[in-house]
Structure formats: C-alpha cells, structure tokens
Design a protein around this ligand. Structure first.
Ligand code: HMG
Ligand code: MG
Length: 298
C-alpha cells in the first residue's frame, strides 16, 4: 500500500559536500548529481545560495545547477536564506527552493546571522516571491531536539517554527537533528508535539549520525508515520556551523533498513552503493555507509 512508500531526499551534494575541507571540482559535483539522478531518487538537493565566504564549497552552486543533466522526474532544490540569494537561485534556473530556520536562537545566529523572528521575516519575503513564481518551497527546522550551543531544545519551539513555515507556504518541513543527539525517545516526543500543529504528511526527518542513532531515529519516525527522510550518499557531510557534527545518515543504510522492514522507495540500492564508493574515492575519504560497504563486499 502507499502507506509503505517512503520518499528519500538525497542531500549529499549539498549537506554532504558543504562541509568538505578541500574544494571539490565542479565536474565532480555535476557527475555526482548526474549519477544520483538515474537511481530512482525523486529529489536531490543540488546546492545552496549562501555567502561564498562563509561556505566556499557551495560558491559554484549556480554552475552546478546549470551544468547537471536534469531528469524530469527528479526535483533539484537549493537552499536560500533571504531575498538576495533567492533572486540568484532563480536566475540560475532553480525550480525548487528550501528555506532554513532553526528551533534554537543561538544556532540561528551562528548559522544565518539573525534571530529566529528576524529569519521568519526574511523567509516571508522569499515565500511571497516563490509563491508568485510557482516555485515549490521546502522548509528546514534545525536543532529540533538539541543545539551545539544551547543544549536541549524545547520541542514547542520546533513546533512553532514548523507551523509558521507551513503557513508561509512550505509544502513540507524537514525536522533537522543537526548534531545527531536525538534518540528514539526524544525524537518521538518532539514529533508528537509538532503533530499537534501540523499533519504527518507535512513532516520529513533529517537525521545526522553523529552519535550513531540515526537509523534508530528513522525507525522511530516511521512508527510515528513519517514517510520522507533526508539522507546523504555514503554518509557525506556535517555542518560548518555545528562543531563536531558528522554526516547525515547514509542513503544506502536507510534504503537497506526500509527494504528489510517492508517499505518501498523505487531507489536502486546497489546503484547507490556504487555511487557512494565512487564519491568516497573521489574525495579521498572513508565510505561511511556500513550497508554500502557490506553489499559491495558480497
Ligand atoms: P547577512 O547577515 O544577511 O549579511 O548574512 P551579509 O552577508 O551582508 O553579512 C553581514 C556581516 O555579517 C558580514 O560581515 C558577514 O561576514 C557577517 P562583514 O563583512 O560586514 O564584516 N556574517 C556572519 N558572521 C559569522 N557567521 C555568520 C555570518 N553571516 C553573516 N553565519 C547569510 C546572512 C544567511 C547570507 C549568511 O549568514 C550565510 O550565508 N550563512 C551560511 C548559512 C549556511 O549555508 N549554513 C549551512 C546550511 S544549513 C544546514 O546545514 C542545516 C540543515 O542541513 C538542516 C540540519 O541539519 O539541521 C539544512
Ligand atoms: Mg543537515
């Protein structure tokens, strides 16, 4: 049944690569997205339009967006924090955007240099323009259970920011456990509080695997009814504004979990394993997908 269909939002080319220390050539980013585009994935985050000084790795997102072979079945959202960068994204041909807020005041300041309430004003302006232009908009809320600067976060703030972003026109909210501190208990509690303001269909989960809890948290989120998960190929990534944050949960590991637990995704797991191994080689890093390494060793 459709209750068993899970959508994967591949965030490796954005959340994954934004944190790499050495600058990755444009060709590698483009090849990564092109390879991912034929795995059955329906959404691949292609980059972000943000300060090139603060996040140099994403400075060529315009060229990435212009150079990839766009599969008509796939959406290629990009992050935009405000009107200035929204305009640039649209000029570069972005057909979908994501705005990104936070449930923690301190993280909001460190990440986008403004308070939560100021960020919502900036997003409002972006949202109005996006709606006029029929550009679908996804919303992120970071630090939904914990913050690298504030510690424990009140789920009511995650609920509030999520609701405001949906009221602005976001078709979906990706709840970010930015530093991977959540466990099934805190994730379930947080989701149940957000569910008092929003229907389950509006929610996605974005788990980082810093403490090795991402797969457990995804299993718990499935039990809550969530059917959209962000993940990154070979577990690439981290966040330059959250010290110690590791990559997102690996796409290959999520696909392995889902297939064994009776869910469908239409994504070819072996294709993703090969891509994960390929990009790890290109970046000269370990492949952080356990399932990817195990399946390739068979
Ligand atoms: P702004 O404040 O509008 O202004 O930037 P600006 O660009 O005109 O800059 C004004 C001054 O503030 C400048 O200093 C900036 O350097 C400084 P000056 O040159 O005048 O001396 N400044 C900052 N200083 C320290 N930290 C900052 C910062 N920002 C500005 N963060 C803007 C706002 C949003 C454009 C900028 O802050 C920015 O580009 N930030 C990058 C945000 C980003 O890309 N973060 C990573 C993506 S979010 C994420 O990874 C989480 C997610 O995956 C979900 C999850 O895991 O939870 C989505
Ligand atoms: Mg993230």
């Amino acid at each position: 049944s459709s209750d068993k269909f899970v959508k994967i939002v591949e965030v490796g080319p954005r959340d994954g690569l934004q944190n790499e220390k050495t600058i990755i050539p444009l060709e590698v980013k483009v090849e990564l997205i092109n390879k991912l585009s034929s795995t059955g994935l329906l959404a691949i985050e292609a980059g972000s339009f943000v300060s090139p000084r603060l996040v140099p790795q994403m400075a060529d997102s315009e060229n990435v967006l212009k150079s990839i072979n766009k599969n008509p079945k796939v959406s290629y959202p990009v992050l935009v924090p405000n009107r200035k960068y929204f305009d640039r994204a649209v000029e570069a041909g972005a057909k979908e955007i994501a705005i990104f807020g936070s449930a923690s005041e301190a993280f909001s300041q460190k990440n986008i240099n403004c308070s939560i309430s100021e960020s919502l004003k900036r997003f409002e302006e972006v949202a109005r323009l996006a709606q006029e232009m029929n550009i679908p908009m996804r919303g992120y809320v970071s630090c939904v259970v914990g913050c690298p600067y504030e510690g424990k976060v009140d789920p009511k703030v995650a609920q509030y920011v999520s609701k405001v972003l949906v009221d602005m026109g976001c078709y979906e909210i990706s709840l970010g456990d930015t530093i991977g501190v959540g466990t099934p208990k805190s994730i379930t509690e947080m989701v149940n509080i957000v569910l008092k303001a929003l229907p389950i269909e509006k929610l996605a989960m974005h788990c980082h695997d810093t403490y090795g809890q991402a797969i457990a948290n995804i299993r718990a989120s499935l039990d809550c009814g969530i059917r959209v998960f962000d993940s990154s190929i070979s577990g690439l990534g981290g966040c330059p504004f959250a010290k110690g944050a590791t990559g997102n949960v690996a796409t290959e590991d999520v696909l392995y979990l889902l297939s064994r637990e009776g869910y469908t995704t239409d994504v070819d797991i072996m294709d993703t394993c090969r891509i994960g191994e390929w990009i790890s080689g290109k970046l000269g890093r370990q492949n952080h997908s356990r399932a990817g390494k195990a399946l390739l060793a068979k």
